[in-house]
Structure formats: structure tokens, C-alpha cells
Design a protein around this ligand. Structure first.
Ligand SMILES: [Fe+2]
Length: 387
């Protein structure tokens, strides 16, 4: 590829409705896609919070039949995708609505892929592996962080191999994302912290990614600012709707940025970790963030200076070494303020696990856009620092 073409950038996004009450437009959108029967995908936690019943009622009032599928784990498993796809086909569905966090949304993407291609979901690992258009997807996120509702990523857990696979394709960008901050009030402070830090990591990784550009940078920087300015206050007062809205806006912008600029070593390493230990994704990212910044800093010094400034650090008069240190300190402080202080060892990772974790991480597509090229040994050293 010539340099001119390699430097071109594209930007893919769903149709987005943002704001309190956005979820209530679901039946209108289902109608505009000619829905006949809908597969409604969620998980038991979101169902218990009451959001599934509400969306189901709205669909019924709109005159739609639906089939409910809530058999989705916190890290969605390949078998769950296959089961959901079977249900989709068996009931003659022609549209998927997902309500929930990243897990039901990623599972819904997988269901759409399998229902169209009639092959196992694990065969679609990698970039641009999807050949046919998948059914219309309408997503209603109930967390503010994963951004599966705007992204071209689906992350599925392969239980047998104890790893997560990444599927990256514009085919899995939902058609419609109904982003409604009211749905996030049912998140507890821990989940709010995990998903908020995930959004911050999305924004930082997208900004320093080798796939970044003007179409994504503005969203990435806005997201860093919104999460940095509002997340700590939100974790202290999870009922504040204004703060919910600001963090959700930050999450959405981070999602638009990373979906198009892709991510980096934090996500490559955290996918490997999350598959290995079945830990919350945002927590895995949090345990790795400052260590990956340390590894990457020299390869993107000017960009990390902008990240530092966007996180409120006055870098005037500082050399790069000082900016590096202050940025890492700021990240550690923010994590501490939202209660994410653990290292890998406290979650059961041993030194002897690191070679296997690293071997999987360097195969993850997210490593390809990391600003610094990373060998298996490099990744091992970062895991060791994060123990
Ligand atoms: Fe993430």
C-alpha cells in the first residue's frame, strides 16, 4: 500500500439518539427496519434492574412480537452466542434488540453473525472476516464504558482456550444506538468505576493509536476530559443524573474514537487477562493502564503531553520525563479515587502465568495499532510490572 493510501482515514458510526428517554424510541426504529419478530437480548442483572421489562413492553405496545434471550454471562461465551443464534433462527426473527452492558451487546453481535453465516462464532476471529450483512441491530446500553453500542468490535470468550477473541468489522456496528443516561442509574459504584475507567482507556488508546487521525482525535480528547472531570464525583454520588450524562457522553465519544482508530496494548493485554481469569474488563484495563503508558510514552511523547494537559496537568515548563511521571501519577490517583487499586497478583495472577498471557496478547488485533511495537518479551515485562 502506498503511504498516501495508508494515511487515509474512514469513520463508521451508528445512527445515535442521545439523551434521557432515548430508549423509548425503540419501537419506532424497529418499525422503520420492517421488524417482524425481534430477538431481545439481555442478561439476568439487567433484567432484574427492570430495563428488559420496560423495553419489552414498548415493543409490545408498538405491535411487535419478541423472543427473549438472557442467557448471557458477564464475559459472553461462544456457546451462548450459538444458543442465541439458534433461538433467533428457530423463531424466525429478523431484528435484534440488545439491552445491557458490553456482554449482551457483544453476544447480540455474535448472534447476528452466526444467524446469517450459519458457522461457528469462533471462526470469525480477526479483522474483516464477515462476508454478509447481519440483521439490523438496535442497542440500548445500560453501562457507560464498553461502547459496544457504537463500535465495530465484538469480544467473545472462548472458554475452552481460556481466551477472548476479538471480531473487528464494520458489519457489527449497530444500526441504531439509543444512548440513555437514565439506564445507567442502576449501576453500582464498582461497575460505574470499572466501565468509566474502560472508557478513559478507550479514549487514551485511540488518541495515541497508529490508526488515529483528525476524525477520531476530537472525540478521544473530549472523552478524556469528560471522564477525567466527572467520574470521581459520579462514583461518590451514583444517583446524580447530570454526572451520569457527562460520563455517558464521554463513553460514547471514546467509543466513536476507538471504534475507528482501534486500540492498543492495554486492550490486547486485558483481553488475554479477562479470558484467563474471567475478571471484569474495566478492572483488567485499570490494572494495566499506567504500566502500558510507561512502555509507550517515548513512542508518542507529543500525544501523551496532550493527554496529560487534557487530564488537567499544566505541562508548561516540563520536560517529557516530568510529563511522563505526572501523567502516570494522575492515572494512579484517578484509579485510587474510584476504588480500583488492586494489582494482578491480588487477583490470582502468578509470574508463571505471564508467558501464556503474553503469547495470547501479542496475537490480539489491538496490539497492531499500539504506538510502540511490542514483542512477547516487552509484553511480559509490562505484565510483570503490573503484578
Ligand atoms: Fe474496553
Amino acid at each position: 500500500m502506498s503511504d498516501d493510501i495508508a494515511n487515509l482515514r474512514k469513520f463508521v458510526a451508528p445512527e445515535i439518539v442521545f439523551g434521557a428517554g432515548a430508549r423509548k424510541t425503540v419501537a419506532n426504529f424497529a418499525r422503520s427496519f420492517g421488524a417482524r419478530k425481534i430477538l431481545l437480548v439481555s442478561d439476568p442483572g439487567v433484567q432484574a434492574a427492570g430495563w428488559v421489562t420496560e423495553v419489552a413492553q414498548d415493543l409490545q405496545m408498538g405491535g411487535f412480537e419478541y423472543e427473549l434471550f438472557t442467557d448471557v454471562s458477564p464475559n459472553p461465551r461462544s456457546e451462548e452466542v450459538m444458543k442465541g443464534a439458534q433461538l433467533y433462527t428457530q423463531h424466525g426473527c429478523n431484528l435484534i434488540v440488545a439491552v445491557g452492558g458490553g456482554s449482551p451487546m457483544d453476544c447480540a453481535k455474535g448472534i447476528g453473525i452466526v444467524a446469517t453465516h450459519n458457522r461457528h462464532i469462533l471462526e470469525f476471529e480477526g479483522v474483516d472476516t464477515i462476508e454478509m450483512a447481519i440483521p439490523p441491530l438496535i442497542f440500548i446500553p445500560t453501562t457507560a464504558g464498553t461502547s459496544a453500542d457504537v463500535s465495530q468490535f465484538a469480544i467473545i470468550n472462548d472458554q475452552q482456550e481460556r481466551m477472548k477473541i476479538s471480531i473487528v468489522s464494520k458489519a457489527v456496528v449497530p444500526d441504531v444506538s439509543l444512548i440513555d443516561p437514565e439506564t445507567t442509574v442502576t449501576m453500582d459504584p464498582f461497575l460505574t468505576a470499572c466501565t468509566g475507567v474502560d472508557a478513559l482507556v478507550h479514549a487514551i488508546e485511540a488518541f495515541v493509536s497508529t490508526g488515529s487521525g483528525p476524525l477520531t482525535d476530537m472525540h478521544a480528547l473530549d472523552a478524556i476530559r469528560l471522564v477525567n472531570d466527572n467520574l470521581v464525583a459520579l462514583v461518590k454520588d451514583p444517583t446524580d443524573l447530570k454526572l451520569r450524562e457527562q460520563v455517558m457522553l464521554g463513553s460514547m465519544k471514546a467509543g466513536l474514537a476507538f471504534s475507528n482508530a482501534i486500540l492498543g496494548a492495554v486492550h490486547a493485554m486485558s483481553h488475554s487477562l479477562g479470558g484467563f481469569l474471567d475478571l471484569p474488563h474495566g478492572m483488567c484495563n485499570a490494572m494495566l493502564l499506567e504500566h502500558v503508558i510507561g512502555f509507550n510514552f517515548k513512542s508518542a511523547e507529543d500525544k501523551f503531553r496532550v493527554v496529560a494537559e487534557t487530564m488537567g496537568i499544566d505541562t508548561r515548563g516540563m520536560n517529557n520525563l516530568m510529563v511522563h511521571k505526572r501523567l502516570q501519577d494522575r492515572v494512579i490517583q484517578l484509579k485510587r479515587d474510584v476504588g480500583l487499586v488492586e494489582g494482578l497478583a491480588s487477583r490470582g495472577v502468578n509470574l508463571s502465568d505471564i508467558p501464556e498471557l503474553s503469547a495470547k496478547a501479542i496475537k490480539d488485533p489491538c496490539i497492531l495499532t499500539n504506538p510502540r511495537r511490542s514483542s512477547k518479551r516487552d509484553v511480559e515485562v509490562v505484565y510483570e510490572e503490573a503484578l
